[in-house]
Design a protein around this ligand. Structure first.
Ligand code: GTP
Ligand code: MG
Length: 574
């Protein structure tokens, strides 16, 4: 968008599919979110409300979603039921704002009422099941089961189920091969992989259900999603990162007066980390013992950031619950902001993440791999290097912040502007295709042996330590977010960047009629540098690997008087 508008003030309006993150549903999604039966009041949005929503901050958007989740229930449905009767039954308890159905090991409905009283009324009329040979934990959660009398299960059409899974790599390849340009492919990829409105609602609802459990101990706690659920780079199927936020409790305890006062008697822990571990271990136990649908609970309390990991079966989500992790939430806000500044940012992030996953550069298993978070920061850094820059530096976002944006967490200044309309972008008309190609060239050439990536300054900095890859943590500036990455993994990344850059220089690959899959889809094929079966797929059309790589090395730009080959050997010698 910014490519064609030159210097512009940013508003959420006009960013198409991004509206989903601002609660202004895009038309296509709006259709999918059903409000059907006569008993259901269709909510019409006034122009004023819509305009107000368009300039919402990250926090305001998250708050609204959270509040909607608190008015929602998750209901397991039988194989056969009548949607209208089901909704009529529920609407006896109050107006239904929205509902949708999905299927994961059974049919489920998410139903959002317009008021919390409806939830109370619904719970009043809901039974604890009588279980034979076992006993039920009498915890009244908002995860319910619909009991449908057999006699009423006549042949009604089943409701439409919303898809909650990402397309397979074959489906993606097929989809992309039908597009006419690489720009179209990257946009199509983003649309196919991104979280849907329904999926985001379900993620907030799962956090809200968890909050009901943690609330038994800490009634004022809030469980908030962070990471890719909210940072605008979430892909269908990604995990749900959650924070148990106890800050509200501390905030309300800071009422200081000069007269008499009382304070709570509290247990003390050796350190904040020890307290966090102790709280998470208890909540983990409750989730395990009392949380309906929560299985495979693991307490991973010795990690740098202690967490409880579990699977929430009804939603199919893998969940990571952390506590006392406010910086990570701020990082999510920062990425959200970058994702909203220009549509090319998300196109590039989604394509680079997809490419990295296809080549096992990233993995769902923790290890020495590059993470999605690191990759996203690398894309942001690359876009700050463009001439003119597509993204502002973090220091610039801090300069633009107002007094209410001031944010210091554990001594780290995490201040960034929250009002996007204050950000002025420079005119940059690069196509997504050009950016993708130059991303690969940029990192195929990057002097990883001596330089670090720093999005705060938007400039390469001298590496302060000898880890293979150094990406400065945006807010905790003495930390490296990619400390885990070893030299082998970095070398694989560099080699694949070079190969992909080279492939994009080939006319064949850019020509829809000459190879299939073509364009970006061809970059998802297994690499010539990493295994069997690959050569046979590409060799038919392209040169053998050795001469291809040699040509690539020759064709890539020489930067700073040092050849790519020299830089590669500098990296591998570490
Ligand atoms: P997915 O792979 O789609 O789950 O991406 P993600 O962005 O959610 O990444 P992940 O689940 O690994 O981490 C969740 C969030 O934690 C990230 O978005 C970051 O905000 C934060 N995070 C992850 N790794 C680091 C790190 O090494 N340092 C810091 N400061 N934050 C991190
Ligand atoms: Mg995540």
């Amino acid at each position: 968008m910014a490519a064609s508008v030159g210097v512009c003030r940013l508003r959420f309006r006009g960013f198409g599919g991004l509206d989903r993150f601002c609660l202004g549903f895009e038309p296509q999604t709006q259709k999918r979110f059903t409000s059907t039966t006569p008993a259901i009041k269709v909510q019409t949005e006034s122009k004023t409300t819509k305009a107000a929503k368009e300039s919402r901050t990250f926090q305001a958007i998250q708050e609204e979603r959270r509040e909607q989740a608190e008015r929602s229930v998750l209901i397991s449905c039988p194989p056969k039921f009548n949607e209208n009767k089901f909704l009529d039954y529920l609407s006896k308890h109050g107006t239904i704002n929205k509902h949708f159905f999905y299927n994961t090991y059974g049919a489920y409905a998410v139903v959002e009422f317009s008021s919390r009283e409806s939830i109370a009324s619904l719970k009043e009329s809901t039974n604890i099941p009588a279980v034979e040979h076992e006993a039920a934990v009498p915890f009244k959660s908002r995860l319910l089961s619909l009991k449908w009398p057999g006699s009423q299960s006549s042949n009604h059409p089943m409701p439409k189920f919303q898809n909650q899974s990402p397309p397979s790599i074959n489906e993606i390849t097929q989809l992309l091969s039908e597009k006419d340009s690489i720009d179209e492919q990257l946009q199509c990829l983003t649309e196919a992989l991104q979280l849907t409105e329904e999926n985001i609602s379900l993620r907030f609802l799962v956090c809200s259900l968890l909050q009901d459990i943690a609330g038994a101990y800490f009634p004022e706690c809030i469980i908030r999603p962070f990471g890719s659920t909210v940072n605008s780079f979430g892909k269908l199927g990604c995990d749900v990162d959650m924070i148990l936020d106890l800050n509200g409790i501390y905030a309300t305890s800071q009422k200081k007066g000069s007269g008499l006062s009382l304070e709570y008697q509290v247990k003390r822990g050796a350190s904040e980390r020890a307290v966090t571990q102790s709280i998470l271990s208890v909540i983990g136990k409750c989730v395990d013992q009392f949380g309906p649908g929560c299985v495979g609970v693991q307490n991973i309390l010795q990690a740098r950031c202690p967490l409880v990991r579990f699977a929430h079966q009804p939603s199919g989500f893998q969940c990571d619950l952390t506590a006392n992790n406010r910086v990570a939430m701020k990082s999510s806000e920062l990425l959200f902001l970058y994702g909203h500044l220009d549509p090319r940012v998300r196109h590039l992030v989604f394509s680079v993440r997809c490419w990295a996953r296809a080549h096992s550069i990233t993995s769902s298993i923790p290890g020495a791999w590059i993470t999605n978070f690191s990759l996203t920061v690398m894309v942001v850094f690359f876009l700050q290097q463009r001439n003119p820059p597509i993204l502002p530096t973090l220091d610039r976002l801090k300069e633009l912040a107002g007094p209410s944006d001031k944010c210091v967490i554990e001594g780290n200044d995490c201040t960034i502007v929250s009002d996007l309309s204050k950000i002025t972008l420079q005119r940059n008309t690069d196509t997504s295709e050009k950016l993708l190609q130059e991303f690969f060239e940029f990192y195929g050439n990057f002097p990883f042996n001596k330089a670090s990536i720093n999005i705060r300054k938007g400039k390469e900095q001298t590496k302060p330590e000898t880890t293979a890859l150094y990406i400065q943590n945006p807010f905790e500036t003495t930390l490296n977010v990619s400390k885990n990455v070893n030299a082998t993994q970095l070398e694989r990344f560099v080699a694949l960047c070079r190969e992909s850059a080279w492939l994009l220089h080939q006319k064949e690959i850019l020509n829809r009629s000459s190879v299939s899959p073509w364009g970006f889809a061809a970059l998802l094929l297994p690499s010539v540098t990493s295994g069997a079966g690959v050569k046979s797929r590409r060799k038919k059309k392209l040169e053998p690997a050795s001469s291809r790589i040699k040509n690539l090395l020759d064709s890539l730009k020489i930067k700073g008087g040092e050849t790519v080959a020299k830089k590669g050997s500098a990296n591998s010698s570490r």
